[in-house]
Design a protein around this ligand. Structure first.
Ligand code: IPM
Ligand code: MG
Length: 357
């Protein structure tokens, strides 16, 4: 089969890690008889430099014309002081909206070979951790009404958390589809003891699940308690459903528990099959261009694309197994290096994985 992939390399280590993922995809194509066409488009800081806009029109058009999108990372010191609409992150937020990607799935999986890298006590993680965070991605406070004004007390600012039943239902469906294939257990995270939007979230999730997925047990956990439970006993969680803002925060926490943010990928999807796949980590400008970044998260993101956008389950597995093999052989990038292992750079790591596909 033939697939057109839009590649948004972005900033910092973005181009290196995307190159690694492309190399692995090409190996998959060769082995399984697929053709992947790659077209690169600017996003983030490099797009501001090139076109004066973190998300140029040609990037949106290119993404919408593709079968799926692979993204490296955006951001860097250089653009930190730019006005809000000219910041690299804005490019990411706008492409999510433009592509209608309301569902962000972020699996935080502890690779057995890397269990010692977790900052938690070994007993807490020794049996494995795999928390699938399903984060709503195009609503809530990220996209709600906001502004600034001056009142009797001086200047003030506001951001608004707003969710409709429709927005909550469609993301709940995604989480339920994952939960039925896994442990049939769903944890929904909110702040219903304080927020009205959370009370609507909670009642909608329960009604929707009871009606459409009666086989799933739904448990509500308040976000502050959730933050604590993730470090207290991460193995208790399977599929976790939450809003845009809470998902942003909790997914970083869950990722860190696995000890290796350089190993985690995420998918963003809407109603169609075209998605955007990216590593969870950022653009790491401090190590950009030094060939020391870990390309595995981006390689896994590419694997998720094969499975979730193109339905290529066997090819997904081939990549996952190739990564496992390289780790079992003791090869490590700097971020996951341990004593007694062999250090590899970004390019070498990607090449070894590609060779083992
Ligand atoms: C993420 C990031 C983004 C977000 C930023 C870069 C806008 O933190 O994907 O988690 O907050 O969604
Ligand atoms: Mg984040």
């Amino acid at each position: 089969m033939k697939f057109n992939i839009a590649v948004l390399d972005g900033d910092g280590i973005g181009p290196e890690i995307c190159a690694g993922a492309i190399q692995v995809l090409e190996a998959v194509g060769k082995k399984y008889g697929h053709t992947f066409n790659f077209k690169h488009y600017p996003i983030g800081g490099c797009a501001i430099d090139e076109c004066g806009d973190p998300l140029p029109e040609k990037t949106v058009t290119g993404c919408l014309a593709s079968d799926s999108v692979l993204l490296g990372a955006v951001g860097g010191y250089k653009w930190d002081d730019m006005p809000v609409d000219k910041r690299p992150e804005k490019g990411l937020l706008r492409i999510r909206r433009a592509m209608g990607l309301y569902s962000n799935v972020r699996p935080a999986k502890l690779w057995k070979a890397l269990a010692k890298a977790s900052p938690l006590k070994y007993e807490l993680v020794k049996d494995g951790v795999e928390i699938i965070i399903v984060r709503e991605l195009t609503g809530g406070i990220y996209f709600g009404d906001r502004g600034r004004d001056t009142g009797p007390d001086g200047e003030y600012a506001w951001d608004t958390e707003r969710y409709s039943v429709k927005e909550i239902e469609r993301i709940t469906r995604i989480a339920c589809e994952l939960a039925v294939k896994r442990g049939k257990k769903l944890v929904s995270v909110d702040k219903a003891n304080v927020l009205e939007s959370s009370r609507l979230w909670r009642s909608t999730v329960h009604e929707y699940c009871a009606k459409n997925y009666p086989q799933i047990t739904v448990e509500d956990v308040l976000v502050d308690n959730m933050a604590m439970q993730i470090v207290k006993n991460p193995a208790q969680f399977d599929v976790v459903l939450t809003s845009n803002m809470f998902g942003d925060i909790l997914s970083d926490e869950a990722a860190q528990v696995t000890g290796s943010i350089g190993m985690l990928a995420s998918s963003s999807l809407g109603d169609g099959r075209r998605g955007l796949y990216e590593p969870i980590h950022g653009s790491a400008p401090d190590i950009a261009g030094k060939d020391v970044a870990n390309p595995i998260a981006t390689i896994l993101a590419a694997a998720m694309m094969l499975r979730d956008s193109f339905g290529l389950v066997r090819e997904y597995a081939a990549i996952e197994i190739a990564i496992q093999k390289v780790l079992d052989e003791g090869v490590r990038t700097a971020d996951i290096m341990e004593r007694g292992k062999r250090l590899a750079g970004c390019r070498e790591m990607a090449r070894l994985i590609a060779e083992r596909v």
